[in-house]
Design a protein. Structure first.
Length: 256
């Protein structure tokens, strides 16, 4: 902290202001990140459930009629119109794949990660989260006609959500940094105005310490603490000047 002690008052106040703003922005950014990630995570799951519900409702007839082409078209339309959807696939009640949106084949390990029994018991959508090479996935399991026709699985990815959060955090940091710089400049300029009388007092006190008492009085421009201090300095300098003149007079009288 020796470097801080050696700084001028204006610089110290500027450093303190920037430090407070940076700490505040860090705390606010952390709180904002946690809050937004929770809110947007729930919104992401709700949108995924809505997509799974729509596919389960609209896919009932193609499944019953065996129209797998219409089933594929339904899933691809849902995936292509929602960038956060990682995959969609449908299995029958025997867990056999009926249709999927994977380009390079259906990963078999994915099927066993979310057992159908979890949706059978509740009769509604069941959500399971896991990490993958493409980011964190919210896997939504939705029964079709209460599971009698099978189940639809929709995977939504958090990557787009995280990218949005990072961009918002960077924007907040940039705005806070800009506000900190502007605030520091304002404080520096304001402090320079406030400390200008102190500089005059320092110069006058140095002259007095060197024995130069016969100096013009300091200009008092305000009736605040600095103004009263400058008035006191003028009175002190005048008394010292009078005392020095009296001392010289007495000394001259003794020598004669």
């Amino acid at each position: 902290m020796r470097w801080f002690v050696g700084l001028r008052i204006a610089t110290k106040l500027g450093v303190m202001l920037i430090s407070v703003i940076l700490v505040f922005s860090l705390l606010a950014g952390t709180l904002l990140w946690q809050t937004l990630s929770q809110v947007m995570g729930r919104d992401l799951e709700d949108r995924g459930v809505a997509i799974a519900t729509e596919i389960a409702a609209m896919g009932s007839e193609p499944i019953q009629t065996g129209n797998l082409l219409a089933l594929d078209e339904l899933m691809y339309m849902a995936k292509n119109s929602n960038s956060f959807v990682e995959y969609i696939f449908i299995v029958d009640r025997e867990e056999r794949i009926m249709a999927h949106t994977f380009q390079n084949g259906m990963p078999r390990a994915l099927l066993a990660m979310h057992p159908m029994e979890m949706a059978k018991e509740s009769g509604r959508a069941d959500i399971m989260n896991f990490s993958s090479d493409h980011g964190r996935i919210h896997d939504i399991l939705m029964p079709i006609e209460d599971g009698s026709l099978g189940y639809v699985r929709v995977g939504v990815n958090e990557q787009e959500l995280n990218l949005l959060l990072v961009n918002n955090f960077l924007e907040l940091f940039a705005i806070t940094f800009l506000v900190g710089i502007l605030g520091a400049l304002f404080v520096f300029k304001l402090t320079k105005i406030f400390t200008r009388p102190l500089e005059s007092l320092m110069q006058r006190s140095e002259l007095i310490s060197q024995g130069h008492f016969n100096q013009p009085p300091l200009e008092v421009v305000a009736d605040d603490e600095f103004g009263r201090l400058m008035t006191a300095m003028n009175v002190m300098a005048e008394h010292l000047h009078m005392g020095e003149a009296e001392r010289k007079r007495l000394l001259g009288h003794l020598l004669t």
